[in-house]
Design a binder for this molecule. Structure first.
Ligand code: NAP
Ligand code: ZN
Ligand code: ZN
Length: 347
């Protein structure tokens, strides 16, 4: 037995998203059923449905920034009750046994975490994401949405928020640290808010200065245009940590030159094409180039609680489901302020 839910998704890499129907499994012993209220639009959704990261499985319903209400729990569920407001992020399962799962780093599951959409789950079904009216998830992969956060502003925290919180915490962004955020879209604007709330000095490196006022409002001390050569000339050797959120290929040499000795550039943006690095850009100054992918379940909860305590969620533009294709085009044009969130009641 399954339950039919309405959804928006893609039937091929080249067709626009359209209305679809999907089936959700019945709640297993440890499952919760969630009525989805809001689903954020992540640039990864676009990379995936357009098969930019490899051929996707269609039909495909994207969406991994989900907030909703529990409507049903399996007989052995202990963590959640009907009526509770919860979230679901980028993965809905993992092996639970490997070293990384046991360490709470389920995102790096050695047997492969089960993405919220587009991959085969342990039931043999292809997972379908949050641009839908309901979802069924194992209780261990569900997050609590703390009071004080608006649901639509909380949704983007489930991917954009945790993706920048994790490296900022790992590399200890805090007082006395100079942090640069490259690209101020969905991830970037959360990186500014979170790094500033952690006490770091934050600089935004954006293509233009059009977003400068917003950057300062989010907690940055300044916003510099990467289209201006003097940005690179004047800030050489300045930053302890650079978080690159850009969805396209960038000239890494320019950005590595902005790091202090022993500084780290963390790639969270995942452009489809490989990025070139010359070893001497790292060797001179003992610099590090790293990457980081979302965060574990416990860390994601920590991030949600941190944002609630500091009193901020994402800055969002709520849209109806039938505006999703237009939202994708605007996101591609860097015209997102700063996360599109689908009101699931319009699906
Ligand atoms: P987004 O909202 O579209 O933001 C990307 C920003 O990058 C844009 O707003 C723009 O900022 C800048 N940008 C875009 N194209 C550019 C270009 N050609 N040259 C220079 N700058 C450009 O996307 P997002 O949702 O934040 O996601 C960003 C990337 O992170 C995507 O590749 C996504 O797949 C990836 N991602 C990774 C993880 C992870 O776990 N590592 C998680 C989620 C997303 P300005 O206008 O300020 O320049
Ligand atoms: Zn995402
Ligand atoms: Zn594992």
């Amino acid at each position: 037995m399954t339950t039919t839910e309405k959804a928006w998704g893609a039937t091929s890499a080249t067709d626009p998203l359209s209305q679809l129907q999907i089936e959700r499994r019945d709640t297993d012993s440890h499952d919760v059923r969630i009525k989805i209220e809001y689903a954020g639009i992540c640039h990864s959704d676009l990379h995936t449905v357009r098969s930019e990261w490899g051929e996707a499985t269609f039909p495909l319903v994207p969406g991994h920034e989900i907030v909703g209400t529990v409507t049903e729990v399996g007989p052995e569920v202990t963590k959640w009750r009907v009526g509770q407001r919860v979230g679901v992020g980028v993965f809905v399962d993992s092996c639970r046994e490997c070293e990384n799962c046991r360490a709470g780093e389920e995102q790096y599951c050695l047997n492969g975490m089960t993405g919220t959409y587009g991959v085969k789950d342990r039931y043999g079904q292809i997972t379908q994401g949050g641009y839908s009216t309901g979802i069924v998830v194992h209780e261990d992969y569900v997050l609590n949405i703390p009071e004080g956060l608006k649901s639509e502003e909380a949704a983007p925290l489930l991917c954009a928020g945790i993706t920048v919180y994790s490296p900022l915490a790992h590399w200890q962004a805090g007082p006395g640290k100079q942090v640069a955020v490259v690209g101020m879209g969905g991830l970037g604007h959360m990186a500014v808010k979170i790094a500033a709330a952690m006490g770091a000095t934050v600089t935004v490196l954006s293509q233009t200065t059009r977003k400068a006022e917003d950057a300062v409002r989010f907690g940055a001390t300044e916003a510099l245009a990467t289209s201006e050569p003097e940005t690179f000339r004047n800030n050489r050797g300045r930053f302890d940590l650079i978080i690159n959120t850009v969805s396209a290929d960038l000239d890494l040499q320019q950005y590595l030159s902005l790091l202090r000795t022993e500084g780290t550039l963390v790639q969270v943006g995942m452009p489809p094409e490989p990025m070139a690095v010359n070893a001497k850009w790292l060797a001179g100054g003992r610099k590090s180039l790293s990457g980081s992918m979302i965060g574990g379940v416990a860390e994601c909860q920590q991030m949600l609680d941190f944002c609630a305590e500091k009193g901020f969620g994402a800055q969002v533009e709520v849209i109806e489901a039938d505006q999703v294709n237009e939202a994708y085009e605007r996101m591609l044009a860097s015209d997102v302020r700063y996360r599109f969130v689908i009101d699931a009641s319009s699906i």
